[in-house]
Design a protein around this ligand. Structure first.
Ligand code: HEM
Length: 452
């Protein structure tokens, strides 16, 4: 990676990464103008010889160029994740979030692992018809593959992704290739294990109907090779698990460092569910819990920790914007941190302050921040992700307090994205009262003991 940076104007700057020019879009205005209004030109991806070609055999949808193959996969994902399909997720989110607060009560030090289990178990229930357990080694391994992908996707992590021309070297001289192949093998093994388990349970007659049982019977799947098929499942598992665990973690960091908003969230929750732990928040309460929806949006905005510098897209035709000429092949990305923390975009941007989203648009989860990305590559699972976070946060905030640990303050500007399964910061999780502990024991035990 060469580090030349050309600040052209405040709304964006350009940067040379290896062989290509990257334009960082630093304001919502230019992101909307280019990545949304001109999405037909700005929705492809640059080549990633290491992370896409070797580590993913060109099969990870998130890195695919804007092609017919991407469209087919996007349609498949949309069928399972769209706003109209989310009713399928709600009972699982209800059950798994009960399990989540049970885990917070019984093993508060494992709150991070519990977040991961929760998010993973929701998507596994819908996709494979099975739940996951706390400390499940399969979940640990899945998160390892996510982190390997994220680690290698950082700009500069692999020289060849900055200088795709290096791909022309004979394979034996491609020093990065053996490492990429090892990661590919590990990743595919993790995905394959789930499909094999499903086939085994089908033979035994114990498999529940789920996305995978239906998908494996479709015409689309017959046109796919084995690897493409595995990556459909893998993408759902990976994208569905890490993102929600991270966002719930961010909101907990916000609660521990800016506790003033928590009391306002509590006042709303207590007014709806009772001041003395009468009952847990439910889906039906959502219209009355606008502040919680605002908390979730603020959690997405506050410290972009999923796509810290956005997700790069590649211009497919020469274009001109406000006097600047961009040749086809230029890479663009929305500069997530710069936008989220710009006082011109958000008043007092460093503060976790849900009130900024109490604007009548609380239920429009995409509006007012870029956590799910812009334009046609917007996260296809945004609705499911937002609902995962909403029900979990409503219940967690109703039942628990979060405190910083003396001597270990949370540096919210430096919460690491890659942690090798360890919690990204230290925090003390304390149940609000005996009555809240009793409520969890009464209402959640059945969810914990449910098996499929
Ligand atoms: C919980 C919060 C979530 C956040 C913050 C999030 C964020 C993102 C971001 C930033 C992108 C890239 C957007 C772009 O390229 O412009 C993305 C893409 C994607 N997400 Fe999510 N995501 C979340 C949940 C989920 C869930 C639950 C699923 C599926 C179960 C999912 C599946 C995907 C897929 C398949 C893509 C690739 C889309 C494409 O390239 O066309 N996401 N997500």
């Amino acid at each position: 990676m060469s580090g030349t940076v050309f600040p052209i104007w405040k709304a964006r700057f350009t940067c040379k990464f290896g062989g290509s020019t990257w334009v960082f879009l630093n304001s919502s205005r230019v992101v909307t103008d280019l990545l949304e209004r001109r999405a037909a030109l700005y929705s492809s991806r640059p080549p990633f010889p290491m992370t896409q070609s070797i580590m993913s055999r060109d099969s990870r949808i998130v890195l695919m160029p804007y092609t017919q193959r991407w469209r087919v996969l996007r349609k498949i994902m949309h069928q399972i994740l769209s706003a109209r399909a989310v009713d399928v997720f709600m009972p699982f989110q209800d059950l798994e979030s009960k399990n989540l607060i049970w885990d917070y009560l019984e093993t508060p030090d494992k709150w991070w692992v519990a977040n991961g289990r929760y998010a993973n178990s929701v998507i596994m229930s819908v996709v494979f018809g099975r739940r996951s357990l706390l400390d499940d080694p399969d979940v640990v391994e899945l998160f390892e593959t996510v982190e390997l992908f994220l680690e290698n996707q950082q700009p500069g992590a692999n020289l060849v992704d900055g200088f795709p021309v290096l791909e022309k070297l004979p394979k034996v001289l491609q020093w990065w290739r053996p490492r990429g192949e090892v990661i590919f093998e590990k990743t595919v093994k993790v995905y394959q294990r789930e499909v094999e388990r499903l086939e085994r349970k089908k033979k035994e007659g114990t498999q529940r109907r789920c996305f995978a049982t239906d998908f494996l019977e479709t015409e689309e799947v017959k046109k796919m090779d084995e690897i493409q098929k595995l990556f459909v499942f893998g993408t759902l598992m990976e994208a569905g698990s890490d993102t929600s665990r991270v966002t719930i973690g961010q909101i907990i960091a916000g609660a521990a460092t800016y506790p003033d908003w928590v009391s306002r969230a509590r006042a709303e929750l207590d007014a709806v569910c009772g001041h003395n732990a009468e009952r847990l928040p439910q889906w039906e309460d959502r219209p009355k819990l606008k502040y919680i929806s605002a908390v979730v949006k603020e959690g997405f905005r506050w410290r972009p920790n999923i796509a810290e510098i956005g997700a790069p897209t590649m211009l497919t035709k020469d274009d001109e914007y406000e006097g600047y000429k961009f040749p086809a092949g230029t890479v663009f990305t929305w500069n997530a941190w710069a936008i989220a923390l710009d006082p011109k975009e958000y008043e007092d941007p460093e503060r976790f302050w849900p009130e900024r989203f109490l604007d009548g648009e609380e239920e429009n989860a995409l509006k007012g921040h870029w956590a799910f990305g812009p334009g046609r590559r917007v996260c296809v699972g945004w609705k499911v992700g937002e609902m995962n976070v909403w029900i979990a946060i409503a219940r967690i905030l109703y039942c628990f307090d979060f405190k910083q640990i003396p001597g270990k303050p949370i540096d919210t500007m430096a919460i690491p994205q890659i942690t090798k399964n360890a919690a990204p910061f230290d925090v003390k999780v304390v149940v609000r009262s005996q009555a809240h502990a009793d409520l969890i024991r009464r209402d959640c035990e059945e969810a914990v003991n449910t098996r499929y």
